[in-house]
Ligand binder design. Structure first.
Ligand SMILES: Cc1ncc(COP(=O)(O)O)c(C=O)c1O
Length: 413
């Protein structure tokens, strides 16, 4: 099979319609949509019987290993609309030494830093921009904590669209620069991501920009869903016991939960599900607060702060979808301190040679905390999400100066 067969071959589309995630109200596919009339995310629904007949484990195994191998479960109907930068499968990497220290049976990391633009945001944005292309969009706009804006900029350029990106002024510098380097207009805003989102909504009204905010258009979640499809296949259709996901807007957690239902409808997995754990930072934990109080919706977290910029999201439009999935799975939401995040990043790098991003570090810190609180069992097979390459973040300067002319104390080196 050609290396790019998933991008070029004609394959059947099974999209039926879109559905309001709160009320179930139905909307036609193949038109531009934002939120539903109830102000909630729209979910894409497929003819899963049709997809089941077209997509077996054997068919999948013969296809090139990239995100587009799942075409029958994705919204892009026509291969000509696919906008790709090479969305390869990401590896599942064990952390054996960290696991040994914790007395844990199996500790795995899905390392999303290998994707284009160095983060899992590529999955959502490649889908959203491909659909925007199919729908004739010319200008997209988006609020971002950094990585999503970088992916949006790259794919928009690839599709020859304009991109207007708004980020909090203290967004990691590398993100702001890579957004600009990939041809987008990027604005540093004196506010948090939800306030950037308000500017995008206003610009969408005044300038006709297509609003790609998390869950405010229906297709980023379909791209993020591929994390669940992919990990199921990689693990031979046996899902892990627990998945720890660093939760900001929560698209990935919601998307994976949807993926598992679709895989079950296709007969590829049974009714078993992992316990889903929403990980947040102690300085911004609206989902944890709502989980603990039994609420279905989360209130805004004031004065949000954390070193893990990607999960500094004070309010999520899909809050109830995150909380529903976490509860239905028997999982939980948990907050970790910045110091624990930094210690986890340092340990995974030093012990097992895997450089996590701070958000990925948060999942490792959360797992350790969950063990200490008796929320996880050591015999569980646990999968952590490292959502971006650790290389995007400032690292401590630990280089030691050495004068080549000497004298060099070789025994001390
Ligand atoms: C590295 C990283 N991890 C996690 C997240 C949170 O992802 P989600 O919005 O799917 O909850 C982000 C979002 O910006 C991120 O950049």
């Amino acid at each position: 099979m050609r290396h790019d067969a998933n991008l070029t071959a004609a394959r059947p589309s099974f999209v039926r319609h879109l559905e309001c995630s709160l009320t179930g109200e139905i909307y036609p596919a193949d038109q531009r949509h934002g939120l539903s009339a109830a102000g909630r995310p729209l979910l894409v629904r497929y003819d899963l019987d049709g997809a089941r007949a077209a997509l077996s484990a054997t068919v999948l195994a013969q296809r090139p290993r990239d995100l587009w191998r799942w075409r029958e479960l994705l919204p892009v109907r026509d291969a000509a609309d696919i906008v790709s930068l090479g969305e390869q499968d990401t590896p599942i990497v064990p952390l054996p030494r960290v696991a040994a220290r914790l007395g844990a049976a199996e500790l795995l990391v899905k390392d999303e830093g290998r994707l284009p633009t160095g983060s899992f945001k590529a999955r959502g944005l490649v889908m959203a921009i491909s659909m925007a292309k199919a729908l004739g969009v010319r200008v997209i706009a988006m609020p971002t904590n950094g990585n999503a804006g970088a992916a949006a900029a790259a794919y928009a350029r690839r599709a020859d669209m304009e991109a207007v990106i708004f980020c909090p002024a203290d967004t990691p510098e590398i993100n702001v620069r890579e957004i600009a380097a990939q041809g987008a207009r990027v604005y540093r805003v004196d506010g948090l991501i939800d306030e950037c989102g308000k500017l995008v909504a206003e610009g969408a009204k005044r300038r006709g920009w297509y609003d790609l905010s998390t869950l405010k258009e229906p297709y980023r979640i379909e791209g993020k869903k591929t994390m669940g499809l992919e990990l199921a296949e990689q693990l031979d259709w046996r899902l892990p016991d627990m998945i720890f996901y660093p939760t900001g807007g929560g698209t990935g957690l919601i998307g994976m939960w949807k993926a598992f239902d679709e895989l079950e409808a296709l007969g590829l997995i049974g009714p078993e599900r992992p316990r889903m754990v929403a990980v947040q930072a102690a300085g911004c934990a609206p989902i944890v607060r709502a989980f603990e109080s039994g609420a279905r919706h989360a209130t805004r977290w004031e004065d949000a702060h954390t070193v893990a910029a990607g999960i500094r999201v004070p309010q999520a439009v899909g809050d109830f979808l995150i909380l529903d999935a976490v509860r239905a799975s028997g999982g939980f939401a948990i907050a970790v301190e910045d110091a624990a995040i930094e210690a986890a990043v340092a340990e995974a790098g030093r012990a097992d040679g895997l450089l996590l991003c701070p958000e990925g570090g948060a999942t490792l810190a959360a797992y350790e905390l969950a063990l200490a609180r008796g929320l996880a069992r050591r015999e569980d097979r646990v999968l952590l999400f490292n959502c971006a390459t650790g290389l995007k973040y400032p690292l401590p300067d630990a280089g030691r100066p050495l004068a080549k002319a000497g004298p060099i104390d070789w025994d001390a080196l």
